[in-house]
Design a protein around this ligand. Structure first.
Ligand code: NAD
Ligand code: MG
Length: 399
C-alpha cells in the first residue's frame, strides 16, 4: 500500500467538503488533511480544524480568518490560519500535497483549481463551474502539467467508470474506442411534474428541496431549473473530449443510474448506487483502488420504479440554453455560467421569480457578443462583463 496521501479540501464547509472529510475519516491509513479552505463560516471551520488537525486553514477574507484565529486560540489545534484566494492557490500547489478536492461553489473555485492543475496534482473536480468557464484552457493545462483529473460530479464519475481505460484521460476520441454515445442522466428535480403555469410562483424552499440529493443551495436551484444538467453537458464535453451530438440527456427520476456509456456493439454500461456523493468521492480519492465510503449498497428488492424519459425544454429552458451555448463556444458558456450565478443568487435573495432565472440567463447571452475567449484574462473579463449585464437585468427587471 502507498503512503498516506496529503489532501487539500477547497470548500471544506460545504456539502461536498463535508462528505469528503467523512470519507477521509473512514480511511485514516490512506488519507490525511493537509489544508482546508472555505468562504466565511469561521465557526464551522473551527470545528473542522479541531476534528481534522490540518496544517493550514484558509478563509475567503481577513475578517473570517481573524474570527477563525480567535476561535482556535484557546484550543489544542495548531492549525495556521490564512486568508484570501492567493493563499488557497499556494496551498493547492504546495509541494507536500498529493490531491486537491475542488469543491468551492461557482467561479470562485477557478483560480485555486487551476493552481492545483498547474502544480500537476491529482485534482478531484466537483466545481463544475470552473471547467464550464475555462474549458479548453483548463484541459490544455491538465495535459501540459501532467495533472490527473478525476470527476466528482456523480454523472461524470459514472461516465468515467463506464468508459474504456483508453478514454479515462481526455485524449482519445469516442468513435476510435468503440463508444457511440454518452447518456447523461438527471432526475428532473423537484418540478418534474409541477404544473408549468405555477412555476413562476414557486418558493425558494420548494426549489431547494431536491427529491433525491442533499446539496448546497446554488446547485439545488440549478437542479430545479436543470441548468445543472446544462452545466454538466458542457462539463462532459470537456472531460470526455467529445461534442454536443455525442451527449444525450435522459430523465431518470429515481437517481439510481448515475449515467451511462453506449458502445458501438449495442452494449450500454451504467454505474448505479444510492444517491450519496461519498461514492464518487471515495472512487476518485482511491482510484484505481476502492475504499469504504460509508454508503449503503443498493437494495433492488426495495426499488419500485425505474423509469426514463426525454427532457421537456418547455419545462427546462435553461437546459436548452446551456446546450446551445455549448455549441456556440467558450464565450457563450462563460457568459451563461456567470449570468446564472447572478440570477440564482437573486432568486435565493427573493429579488426575482424562479422563471426569471431563465430570462436573465437568456437575455444576458443575447446581449453579449459571442466574443472569442481563450486566455485566462479574456475568460475573467467575459465572466465579469456577464455579471454586470445580468445584475442590470436583475435591478431593472426583464419584460
Ligand atoms: P455548498 O454551498 O454546500 O458549499 C460551497 C463551499 O464553497 C463552502 O465550503 C463555502 O464556504 C465555499 N466557498 C464559497 N465561496 C467561497 C470563496 N469565495 N472562497 C472559498 N470558499 C468559498 O456547495 P456544494 O453543494 O458542496 O457544491 C460545491 C461544488 O460542487 C459546486 O460547484 C457544485 O456544483 C459541485 N457539486 C456538488 C454536488 C453536491 O451533491 N453537493 C454534486 C456535484 C457537484
Ligand atoms: Mg451532478
Amino acid at each position: 500500500m502507498s503512503k498516506v496521501e496529503q489532501l487539500v479540501v477547497l470548500g471544506a464547509t460545504g456539502s461536498i467538503g463535508l462528505s469528503t472529510l467523512d470519507v477521509v475519516s473512514r480511511n485514516p491509513e490512506r488519507f490525511a488533511v493537509f489544508a482546508l479552505a472555505a468562504g466565511k463560516n469561521a465557526e464551522q471551520m473551527a470545528e473542522l480544524c479541531i476534528a481534522h488537525q490540518p496544517k493550514f486553514a484558509v478563509m475567503a477574507d481577513q475578517q473570517a480568518a481573524s474570527a477563525l484565529s480567535n476561535l482556535l486560540a484557546n484550543s489544542s489545534c495548531n492549525t495556521q490560519v490564512l486568508a484570501g484566494v492567493d493563499a488557497m492557490c499556494e496551498l493547492a500547489a504546495h509541494i507536500d500535497v498529493d490531491a486537491v478536492m475542488s469543491a468551492i461553489v461557482g467561479a470562485a473555485g477557478l483560480l485555486p483549481t487551476l493552481s492545483a492543475v498547474e502544480a500537476g496534482k491529482k485534482v478531484l473536480l466537483a466545481n463544475k463551474e470552473s471547467l464550464v468557464m475555462s474549458g479548453q484552457l483548463f484541459i490544455d493545462k491538465v495535459k501540459q502539467h501532467g495533472a490527473t483529473l478525476l470527476p466528482i460530479d456523480s454523472e461524470h464519475n459514472a461516465i468515467f467508470q463506464c468508459m474504456p481505460a483508453s478514454l479515462q484521460n481526455t485524449s482519445g476520441l469516442l468513435a476510435d474506442n468503440g463508444v457511440s454515445k454518452i447518456l447523461l442522466t438527471g432526475s428532473g428535480g423537484p418540478f418534474l411534474k409541477r404544473d408549468l403555469a405555477t412555476l413562476s410562483s414557486v418558493t425558494v424552499a420548494e426549489a431547494v428541496a431536491h427529491p433525491n440529493w442533499s446539496m448546497g443551495q446554488k446547485i439545488s436551484v440549478d437542479s430545479a431549473t436543470m441548468m445543472n444538467k446544462g452545466l454538466e453537458f458542457i462539463e462532459a464535453k470537456w472531460l470526455f473530449n467529445c461534442c454536443a451530438s455525442d451527449i444525450e440527456v435522459v430523465i431518470h427520476p429515481q437517481s439510481i443510474i448515475h449515467s451511462m456509456v453506449q458502445y458501438q456493439d449495442g452494449s450500454v454500461l451504467a454505474q448505479m448506487g444510492n444517491p450519496d456523493m461519498r461514492t464518487p468521492i471515495a472512487h476518485a480519492l482511491a482510484f484505481p483502488e476502492r475504499v469504504d465510503a460509508g454508503v449503503k449498497p443498493l437494495d433492488f428488492s426495495q426499488m419500485a420504479d425505474f423509469t426514463f424519459t426525454k427532457p421537456d425544454y418547455a419545462r427546462y429552458p435553461n437546459l436548452k440554453l446551456a446546450i446551445d451555448a455549448c455549441e456556440m463556444g467558450q464565450g457563450a458558456t462563460t457568459t451563461v455560467n456567470a449570468a446564472n450565478e447572478i440570477a440564482v443568487a437573486a432568486f435565493l435573495n427573493g429579488q426575482i421569480s424562479f422563471t426569471d432565472i431563465y430570462r436573465i440567463n437568456a437575455e444576458t447571452l443575447n446581449a453579449t457578443q459571442n466574443i472569442n475567449v481563450q486566455t485566462l484574462d479574456e475568460i475573467l473579463a467575459c465572466d465579469q462583463a456577464a455579471r454586470v449585464k445580468a445584475t442590470e437585468f436583475v435591478k431593472r427587471g426583464i419584460n
